[in-house]
Write a protein that binds this ligand. Structure first.
Ligand code: ADP
Ligand code: ZN
Length: 299
């Protein structure tokens, strides 16, 4: 039998993180490849994984955690294929098939946000929880939903970042999502903050009123999550929130006001500061998500 070591690749818009190991305590190699056109990028990734085989042995499985949208239904002919992405050249790229042809190991594909959720569930801030949500607020707003220990996957992976919400009273700004205007992503993502404030999100003062609309939108997302899939915890991270931890008390307060005492369950009544929390794995959540996918979690 082959020794157990997994290879993972987190495919992002600007770079792809390759990783080899079995978890955060056993990372044997890591390397980054810039994201260019698909042929150049995938060949460069494959070369990294091939190079690792000499010192470390062949991986027992390969996990890919990619930007989407992706076909994730394992029975579908296009399993692991990228859908209608705005990234030039990447639509219809068959990620699974490329690596399956080149490597003698099972190739498992998931989205970047489901991967990060799986990693938080396996090693991070949602260990031993069968039901939780991982939210990333960055260039977009993504939600990885784990229910009954598995990622929610129906006819497609959920895209709750694009859900519509009740707007903050008096706020009529049209939002920045090219598809929906004022969906959650159109109100709370980094680009939405920039479109609204006219300045880089990183330079927006902590007392700007724009944060009221951002925290309101994220609390509305949490409200929807609580009432739909009833997660036992909601992890919220990504470039915006990891840089702005002072937003957490505001999101929690807004969620409490929005739920208005409707649910009397322990997770909520024992204090939202343990319910809506930052993720535990930080920047490693992405690459570890690819390892979690390799480890055989579905999604
Ligand atoms: P991606 O979603 O592409 O993976 P990140 O999660 O790193 O990227 O998030 C990038 C977003 O985070 C950008 O839109 C950027 O404007 C925003 N961002 C970075 N630093 C800050 C900050 N200090 N405050 C608020 N937003 C920030
Ligand atoms: Zn949208």
């Amino acid at each position: 039998m082959r020794p157990q070591v997994w290879a993972g690749v987190e495919l992002g818009g600007t770079r792809c993180n390759c990783i080899l190991g079995t978890g955060p305590g056993d990372i044997r190699a890591q390397e980054t490849v810039p994201t260019r056109d698909p042929a150049t990028t995938l060949s460069a990734i494959a070369e990294v994984l091939e190079r690792w085989q000499e010192p470390f042995g062949a991986p027992s499985a390969i996990g890919l955690a990619s930007f989407g949208p992706l076909e994730l239904n394992q029975g579908a002919p296009g399993y692991g294929r990228i859908g209608a992405t705005p990234k030039p050249g990447w639509q219809d790229v068959a990620l699974h098939d490329f690596f399956a042809k080149r490597f003698d190991a099972p190739v498992r594909v998931t989205t970047d946000v489901i991967g990060a959720a799986l990693a938080e569930g396996r090693w991070g801030g949602a260990r031993e929880l069968a039901d939780f949500a991982y939210v990333t607020v960055g260039t977009g707003v993504g939600v990885g939903l784990i229910v009954g220990g598995r990622p929610v996957l129906g006819c497609h992976h959920p895209e709750l970042g694009h859900a519509r919400i009740a707007r903050l009273t008096g706020d009529g700004w049209p939002g920045s999502c090219p598809f929906h205007g004022d969906c959650i992503e159109g109100l709370a993502s980094g680009p939405a903050i920039e479109a609204r404030s006219g300045r880089a999100a990183a330079s927006l003062p902590a007392d700007s009123p724009v944060w009221d609309t951002v925290t309101h939108a994220l609390a509305q997302l949490a409200h929807t999550l609580v009432l739909s899939v009833a997660p036992r915890r909601i992890l919220m991270g990504g470039g915006v929130l990891s840089a702005r931890p002072h937003l957490f008390p505001r999101i929690r307060r807004s969620l409490e006001l929005s739920l208005n005492g409707y649910l009397r369950i322990e997770e909520l009544s024992s204090g939202l500061d343990r319910y809506v929390v930052p993720p535990a794995l930080g920047t490693l959540a992405g690459p570890l998500g690819a390892l979690a996918a390799a480890a055989g979690e579905r999604g």
